[in-house]
Design a protein around this ligand. Sequence first.
Ligand SMILES: [Zn+2]
Length: 449
Amino acid sequence: MLPGTAAAAAPSAASSSDLSKRLAGALDELRLYNSHEHLIPEKTRLEQAVDFFGLAGHYAMNDLISAGLAGDALATVRDEHAPAERRWAAFEPYWNAARFTGYGQALSIAIKDLYGVEEISRGTISRINEAIRNRNKPGLYREVLRERAKIDWCLVDPYWNEKPARLDQDYFLLAQKFDGFVTPASRRDIERLEGIAGVSIHSLADHKRALAATFEQAIRAGMVSVKSTLAYRRDLKFEEVSDHDADIEFERLLKGGVETPAGFRAHKVRPFRALEDHMFHQVVRLADAHKFPFQIHTGLLAGNACFVENTNPKLLANLFHLYPGVKFDLFHIGYPYQEELGVLVKLFPNVYADFCWAHIISPPGSRRTLDEYLETVPVNKIMGFGGDYRFPELTYAHAKIARSNVAHVLTAKVESGLFSEDQALEVGRFLLRDNALKLFPPQGAASAT
Ligand SMILES: [Zn+2]
């Protein structure tokens, strides 16, 4: 040990734990900006008979399937008409294997904190379901998201609304996708897009007009960010393609006659790839012209299969060069490509890292990545939390894990001597609130307190 470093390097156990408690306590009180959600409208939620297995269906179930849940057992778990005890018997062996993952942790936290049941088991499953049913009433969202999770704004991608529409809560902000205009593959797709845009499409120029009209609809619906999840369909390398070359493919599409492969093969074979590339640039140009930030899915895909290499954020680098005026918010820390993503954020003034989903994909992976980013990229480039859930209970749980992860990393930075305690609090506020507030100002939305 070097002389003079003893105090910073070896704090007493008592002062260290006091510090971590103070930082955790301060972050628990901080009101959050949640940079990414899919929260369904509260009315839709209240109409559904949501129970424990419904909540487990978002993400936790993917880890149970990974653990081996399949066939009749999976069908029983998903059978809403089967008795809860039977569903639990099919669920339990795989839950025992998957309960310690981030998804499992989030589900356990939601049940414990919001429904007051310590242990999820055969003996408590009916009580849990009853507690969820009893709480399924108007005001659920405000109570869970605003009061318990202390979230001021949620930036929501309502993927079920291909036609832009206003969101149901005054603290929900719209992130709108235009991916359907990028990947039309049939005459039927074109007809669907005509219906959304209210524009007839007989040429590539018409198609672009339809996209622009839909973009205007989104602005009127209160859009705060453009969003893309094209990594679910194809790789993220969008080449520059001339109007002429895109036009040739568009004419071919209008004539039909090209068979689009189904299922996972669709990722590899893109019959209208040049058109897709061309149209994606068109969406980015609209974001540029109207000064909207652009959220892009990178890294791990939801579900139980993906070509993860297609989702590497480094594939997007040409866009960062070409559109310096567009602020790109790259999702999920590009997990497992968080180092590549960190390089892009470090280099490009217009590229940001977003920890949405990440704290439950891998709680320790997120802590390690935040530890690295805090000494690699400027602190104003990091969005520290996005729930990425359909159900508010799980957003609450995810926020709890995120706060704890951020507190854990900030404590270590103070202990190492990099930050003062005040600086740690300031950075915590940047990560969990101020950076997103600056990148995605709520604009016309009702201001939250
Ligand atoms: Zn998402």
